[in-house]
Design a protein around this ligand. Sequence first.
Ligand SMILES: Nc1ncnc2c1ncn2[C@@H]1O[C@H](COP(=O)(O)OP(=O)(O)OP(=O)(O)O)[C@@H](O)[C@H]1O
Ligand SMILES: [Mg+2]
Length: 499
Amino acid sequence: MAGQNSPLIFLSGISKNFPGVQALKRVDLHLKKGEVLGLVGENGAGKSTLMKILAGVHQKNEGQIFFRGNEIQFKNPHEAIKAGVSTVYQDLNLVEELSICENIFLGRFIKSRLGLIDQKGMEKIAREILGKLGLDIDSCIPVFRLGVAQKQMVEIAKALAIEAEVLILDEPSATLSERELDNLFQVIRELKKEGMGIIYISHQLEEIFQITDRVQVLRDGEAVGEKETAETSREELITLIIGRELKDFYPEEQPHRKGQEILCVEELQGEGREASFELREGEILGFVGLVGSGRTELMRVLFGADRKKKGKVFLRGEEVRVDSPQKAVKLGFGYLPEERKTQALLLERSVKENMSLASLPNYSLPLGIIKRKKEEEDTLGFLRRLQIKIPGLWTETKNLSGGNQQKVILARWLLSDARVIIFDEPTRGIDVGTKSEIYRLLQEMKENNIGVILVSSDLEEVVHVCDRVIVMDRGELVKVLEGKDKRPEMIMHYATGGE
Ligand SMILES: Nc1ncnc2c1ncn2[C@@H]1O[C@H](COP(=O)(O)OP(=O)(O)OP(=O)(O)O)[C@@H](O)[C@H]1O
Ligand SMILES: [Mg+2]
């Protein structure tokens, strides 16, 4: 394979087993210089595992890895980085207490000639990279002060700070806004021109069509198809990804039933501006706005996760004091936060425990007896519906793929008795087949008279799924759209300061 024409990377017949799971089965993949290769597939298909093998995090059980035609074997991530393989992992790996700059250079601080750490030099490089990414932020501030999107940009900056020949981006866009994504794509195009080979993983097929040259599809750990991006279609990719055709991605829109008011929020204020709105039974109320428009902040105050300054919350006409998430759950609220890994999952606990966490009273009889059979039946039911493929209910949650971890928290609230559920970006990082199933589940919640708040950046999704849409701009609720006004253009108009 060695020589001028050999690909930058060639993975040949890669297999990987985890206890109870064969994550990869003899997968072949190649990457050329100056090429962006898209890697797509359902949650749990093996995308991250394959990339972790290339990046030296996991060791393969079978197969060979060639780098510029020479067989190599990275024993750890350091060796991969040294050889020029840089990776942005799906889950954030930043050290919260350290500054942006320290995170970017973690483990490889630049030293001056006297052997001292060259703080100024590192800050200068950090500033340059952040600037390239369009991030106007002081590199000395600690990472815990950043929002998820900014943290993701720091992860990307960290990967760019390494002079690499291969860049792996594992769902970099899952937390980014459109503007940040544009900046990232601009950077990718430049790196491509410089001859870098880039592997780009995403569940957003629009992105795959926008930025990649070629696409490789994985299904159940196998490479099932490889296409030139220009020569394939969304439909063809979806069929390859899920192994069948996907009809009716969105369920049929149902008429907006005006049920009883279930939630009323009056002048609620946390750190941002005050907000007032109401939610009815069987209604899906969308919250849209650019990143930083204050949607997540508002939901956190409503759920009692952040302190409220003032304002009132009424549940079915009765005033309630939601001063902690525990209290919120008792009152019948459910909340899928934006940053699930740190805010929602017990990673060391089993899938079953994570799923039934919010519905334990339903399975408890007096004297502390638990209705185990019922609990298992219900959890298994949602595992199937959400296509969470795992060896068993007792699998530790940390061993699940990123998207499947997300589905577990989603199932937690679907299993619970919550009457008002707040979903913050529920379909991010979720594969296309399951996304469609989630829309159907939302419809069912409507039929069961649950009030749903849907925070989402996917305007198509918002328009198809929500009955009403509230547009937020710089912390303020600027417009409510419904009926024929509920269109992506209208939403963008108001979200960007239009009158
Ligand atoms: N450390 C681990 N221990 C046990 N099983 C694992 C581990 N890492 C991954 N797996 C399993 O390997 C399979 C592939 O997971 P992987 O994370 O590669 O999927 P993915 O394609 O990246 O999915 P997603 O789109 O959800 O990120 C899954 O069944 C997952 O549960
Ligand atoms: Mg993954």
